[in-house]
Design a protein around this ligand. Structure first.
Ligand code: IMP
Length: 427
């Protein structure tokens, strides 16, 4: 009956998709609760690669119902394209296994245009958004002037609301010399609405009904704790709540159902976009962690293709993520990437203006001045990609995992050693 929440413990891209995929085998429902097509999940099954930006990766499992919750913001054109792409790959996507919350909000072409304009205008202080219109869509939601997915049920009313919203947006866009084509957008969105209508549902009621009947639900996080609008390095954050608390409001379920909060952390740190990242390494360590970009698992964005900023694991941030989410367990991904380093660094504290900090400062200015204090642990040279149980891991790799678990006060229950479904060590 209960809910397992899976959330990113860092700045996103931790590899949450594969754990959703794993846990979905024993679940009846997989529900995404925040963000939009700024996210990118890649799931490797045999020689097939499934790339999803909006649809929960649980859709790959027969018998699982995938839900896009009310906390999401949805670009209907991207969603229709994603449904078509998955169908072409042989995945069954029907109103029986995909439900979209009528309360989720719409991303309009004006939101995308505004995102671009704001980023351009911010110059060196740009957030480095994915330019998918995420911030402006959430802005309209909390500003109480957004358009909800449920409006798509009545096509004429939907066209009216969207037209009003776009005309209104064009007034401010015109001040920046920009505009969206209102009628072309209304026509394209209306066509998408016709396609999506059968999927639209009151997902909060559906979820609660399934829970009361004993279904196991996976709440699938997008982005990560350090990008959370409240708990991340504001304003260098996304505009939603990708933390465990966000799962409840983003799906419309109560906390009494939650029995597991699984944090996913990479064995090192990565970040894409602007904002402070104390352990970012501009030298050879950063380069080696990033990879060359030849493999899909190298550190280049799934959504934007941007190279990610890389560095050693930041335990100050990871401990903080464990606290604000209340992790019951952690999974560590990409441990195999650390093979071959003579020593592996972990940041245990920051030095800021001559003082030692073991928790992150709330001020970005201070965080920008943080110098990481590292413990250097012995490295290992063995290839980990074939490891499947604890005994297969070299002693130094096991010591690394133990060290991280102890430092966070949270058990590490799984470690991934490659992109394939099977490349997993369950501890
Ligand atoms: P937005 O969500 O497009 O507004 O972008 C805000 C910040 O969050 C930027 O730094 C993005 O790079 C980052 N971001 C958004 N989605 C993801 C993601 O799925 N993975 C990693 N970073 C993300």
């Amino acid at each position: 009956m209960p809910i397992s929440i899976i959330v990113g413990a860092q700045w996103g891209d931790e590899g949450k998709g594969r754990f959703v995929d794993l846990l979905a085998r024993e679940a009846e429902v997989v529900a995404r609760f925040s963000g939009g097509d700024n996210a990118g999940h890649t799931v490797a099954v045999g020689d097939k690669l499934y790339k999803m930006h909006l649809i929960p990766s649980g859709i790959l499992h027969e018998g699982v119902v995938a839900i896009m919750g009310n906390g999401m913001v949805i670009n209907p054109l991207s969603l229709v394209a994603e449904i078509d792409r998955l169908r072409e790959q042989g995945v069954n996507v029907t109103p029986d296994n995909l439900l979209i919350s009528a309360r989720a909000h719409l991303i309009t072409p004006a939101h995308i245009e505004l995102d671009k304009i704001r980023e351009r205008a911010s110059g060196a202080e740009a957030i480095g958004t994915t330019l998918r219109g995420i911030g402006p869509a959430y802005h309209d939601k909390v500003g109480r002037c957004g358009v909800r997915i449920g409006e798509m049920i009545q096509l004429e009313d939907f066209a009216y609301s969207l037209r009003q919203s776009l005309q209104h947006a064009n007034q401010s866009l015109s001040l920046q010399g920009a505009a969206v084509d209102v009628e072309a957008s209304v026509a394209a969105y209306t066509r998408a609405a016709e396609r999506l209508q059968p999927f639209i549902y009151d997902t909060a009621l559906y979820l609660n009904q399934r829970l009361s009947q004993g279904a196991r639900v996976i709440a699938e996080g997008a982005q990560g704790t350090l990008l959370d609008v409240d708990h991340g390095s504001y304003p260098y954050v996304t505009s939603s709540s990708p933390t465990a608390g966000g799962a409840l409001t983003g799906l419309g379920v109560g906390p009494r159902y939650v029995d597991r909060v699984l944090g996913i952390a990479k064995a090192f740190s990565t970040r894409v976009g602007g904002g402070p990242m104390p352990t970012e390494d501009h030298g050879v360590v950063g380069q080696r962690l990033r990879g060359t970009g030849e493999n899909f698992w190298d550190e280049y964005g799934t959504t934007t293709g941007r190279p990610r900023r890389c560095g050693w694991l930041d335990l100050v941030m990871l401990r903080y993520a464990a606290v604000v989410n209340g992790f019951s367990e952690l999974a560590l991904t990409k441990l195999d990437v650390l093979s071959g380093f003579e020593q592996v660094g972990v940041c245990v504290a920051y030095e800021i203006d001559g003082e030692r900090w073991e928790t992150p400062p709330t001020s970005n200015a201070q965080l920008e001045r943080a110098n990481p204090i590292y413990d250097m642990l012995p490295g290992w040279s063995e290839d980990l990609s074939q490891a499947r149980c604890l005994q297969d891991l070299p002693r130094a790799a096991r010591a690394y995992v133990d060290y991280v678990a102890q430092a966070c006060g949270v058990p590490i229950t799984m470690v991934s050693v490659g992109p394939e479904r099977s490349q997993l060590v369950v501890l």
